[in-house]
Design a protein around this ligand. Structure first.
Ligand code: TIU
Length: 227
């Protein structure tokens, strides 16, 4: 059993029954010319999460914890992309349009890849998802059930969109979900701050909030049997 410092209260967890889920740290969100920028965002704001994600990944790997990387994106024929998603807003380019990193938010394109600094290690799960939540239309539930996972540590981007949706989905499915706050980021600093507040308010209404260093501290000296 390990214990992590978190809000609204410390949380005891079993490293063998926990997973680190890194959400959508893709070029399409973090680098110029991708999906995030087409929506009018300053993508440089998301770089703040890279270092803390590296800290969390190193700690999880050393502990032998299950690591899952997600990528938001669509099939090249867009058959899995709802019209409501394709048609909304007035972006500078739409999902599927050509861009400097290939077609926007399309699987197999350079922009869809995870940034080099956070490249998945061999054997880690890379989960492609068409929606904001990591459970929607993916095999994540099965993967977690197969490993007996009951606790999710969640990092990545963006705090109030895909991280929040995934934590809400996970909470409703019975997982203890812990956002690693500094390993998450948003195009809107205020949404990041309030997004984390929302998770931990009301006694932790749908999760806990901690940080990458506390996660690493909690795992020090633990080594998973599953490694
Ligand atoms: N736009 C935005 O803030 N986020 C997304 O569209 N997807 C994710 O959060 N990954």
């Amino acid at each position: 059993m390990a214990m992590i410092t978190a809000d609204p209260a410390p949380l005891a967890f079993t490293p063998d029954r926990a997973a680190l889920v890194v959400i959508d740290m893709q070029r399409d969100f973090l680098e110029p010319g991708g999906f995030g920028e087409t929506l009018g965002n300053d993508v440089s704001l998301l770089a703040a999460a890279i270092g803390p994600c590296q800290t969390a990944l190193a700690a999880a790997r050393a502990a032998g914890m299950l690591v899952i990387h997600t990528r938001e994106g669509h099939r090249p024929d867009l058959s899995d992309a709802p019209p409501a998603k394709l048609e909304r807003g007035v972006p500078s380019a739409r999902i599927g349009d050509p861009g400097p990193m290939g077609r926007i938010l399309i699987r197999g394109e350079p922009g869809h890849d995870i940034v080099d600094a956070l490249a998945p290690a061999p054997g880690e799960v890379v989960l492609d998802k068409p929606g904001k939540g990591a459970f929607h239309q993916t095999d994540l539930s099965q993967i977690l059930a197969n490993r007996g996972i009951d606790t999710l540590f969640v990092a990545g981007v963006t705090t109030e969109v895909c991280v929040h949706t995934t934590i809400r989905e996970g909470n409703d499915r019975g997982f203890r979900c812990v956002a690693l706050g500094d390993a998450c980021a948003s195009y809107f600093p205020e949404f990041h701050r309030v997004g984390l507040e929302m998770i931990k308010a009301q006694g932790g209404i749908f999760g806990w909030v901690s940080d990458a260093a506390s996660f690493a501290d909690a795992l020090k000296g633990t080594a998973s049997k599953a490694a």
